[in-house]
Write a protein that binds this ligand. Structure first.
Ligand SMILES: [Zn+2]
Ligand SMILES: [Zn+2]
Length: 278
């Protein structure tokens, strides 16, 4: 068993309680929001010192996920400026907590065209990264191919990363999003060609994290609907292919599947682990 599988965990009761939950579930990797994901605000972090004290060195990686409202590709100047401020603030918070990665969705150009959107994201990243001091990374998450989305193809994410020209920008691969965007990672052939694309356009050394989600919608549907592992279109067979690839196994994996209580991530992890043969 080589794969390191964890999940997105709640921070209710103080941010350090996420570590207690990870320990309770036996996770060596996990993801959190450092603030409410549904607003623009960023109140001081409750429990930051306890978080650092409890953290130790037993975790392979801990990362935060950006809130939902920022859109790095937005053509609206007010939203764009707020998105730069929001990412800059997230970088400050992640540094305070000594996290390994920040996950950010690439965004939506809202009809202005993909080239416009990509340039907008580059500007946003350059500005926000100016305030980043440590070796932490901002990982761009591939999108599900929704209308107007900017980062559903690895060549587009690769273009952005090369243009930003900063080694602290990388990739988090979301399996549900990739499948919905038309990458058939449930079959050996599709998986290998997707990994080849990631290597060619982005580089495997920048591919640092995986979001492990099944998809409620079909291949190329363009819809972002997560399903529990083995219960969607990728299915047990597809995850059997995916999880037995060595390049995949080397990256920490975060479950973001629709559970009603975070304890159910133990079952999700077990389902995934049962599919790993080597
Ligand atoms: Zn994701
Ligand atoms: Zn999603």
């Amino acid at each position: 068993m080589k794969a390191t599988i964890g999940a997105h965990l709640p921070i209710a009761g103080g941010i350090d309680s996420s570590i207690d939950r990870a320990d309770e579930l036996g996770f060596k990797t996990f993801q959190i929001f450092t603030r409410s994901p549904r607003g623009w605000g960023y109140p001081p972090i409750n429990g930051a010192d306890e978080f650092k004290r409890k953290r130790g060195d037993r975790f392979v990686s801990i990362n935060s996920h950006m809130p939902y409202l920022p859109n790095m590709a937005s053509p609206r100047d007010d939203v764009f400026e707020k998105s730069i401020a929001s990412l800059s603030e997230e970088i400050r918070r992640a540094e305070q907590l000594q996290l390994d990665f920040i996950v950010a969705h690439v965004g939506s150009h809202l009809g202005k065209g993909i080239d416009y959107g990509k340039r907008r994201v580059v500007t946003c990243l350059r500005k926000a990264l100016g305030s980043m001091t440590g070796g932490m990374m901002v990982l761009l998450e591939n999108m599900a191919g929704q209308a107007n989305s900017v980062g559903s193809r690895f060549e587009d994410i690769g273009w952005i990363i090369n243009e930003v020209g900063d080694e602290r920008v990388g990739l988090v691969l979301d399996t549900c999003h990739a499948y919905a965007a038309g990458y058939d990672l449930a079959l050996e052939k599709g998986l290998l060609s997707m990994i080849e694309d990631i290597d060619r356009f982005i580089g495997l050394k920048r591919f640092r994290l995986i979001h492990l989600n099944d998809s409620m919608k079909g291949l190329g549907s363009g819809l972002d609907r997560h399903a529990r592992i083995g219960r969607g279109f990728i299915g047990r067979k597809g995850f059997g292919v995916f999880l037995n690839n060595e390049i995949i196994q080397q990256r920490p994996m975060i479950l973001e599947t629709p559970v009603s209580d975070y304890h159910e991530y133990i079952d999700e992890k077990r389902t995934a682990e049962e599919l790993v043969l080597k």
